[in-house]
Design a protein around this ligand. Structure first.
Ligand SMILES: [Zn+2]
Length: 135
């Protein structure tokens, strides 16, 4: 079985209802559509909260949304109309892949490179997992 499949299986086995108070809530993006562009105004505060670089999040979102984006006055601008639902979904995915610990689901992780591999290390429980997604 491949590692990704094992992860998926492990995730499916987790009980759906986790203690809500402890569960990390991914922030929602705030923004609006302007002409043919989509502007997100809180990307820097989200990046702060996640302790990730805005550029890293942008790279991922650009690829996932297949839409070029850029920063302008601390806002993120995408070159077409996107629904906030769609962006939130991708952001949620980003957080699962690059931020949350696979073991304890806490967001206190750091990304490290070990032997050329991207590794997510949890500062809360010490768990390490390899990040498979490349951006
Ligand atoms: Zn952990």
């Amino acid at each position: 079985m491949k590692y990704e499949e094992m992860l998926k299986l492990a995730k499916e086995k987790l009980p759906k209802v986790q203690s809500k108070s402890e569960r990390f809530v991914v922030p929602k993006i705030q923004g609006h559509v302007e002409g043919n562009k989509t502007i997100i105004i809180n990307i820097f505060s989200i990046a702060d909260l996640l302790a990730r670089l805005p550029e890293h999040i942008l790279k991922y979102l650009q690829r996932e949304l297949a839409t070029p984006g850029y920063f302008q006055d601390k806002r993120l601008v995408f070159g077409r109309k996107l629904s906030s639902h769609m962006i939130n979904e991708k952001l949620q995915k980003y957080v699962e892949v690059f931020v949350l610990c696979e073991q304890c689901s806490k967001p206190d992780t750091k990304l490290l490179t070990e032997e050329g591999l991207l590794v997510k290390k949890c500062m809360a429980c010490g768990h390490k997992s390899q990040v498979q997604t490349k951006i």
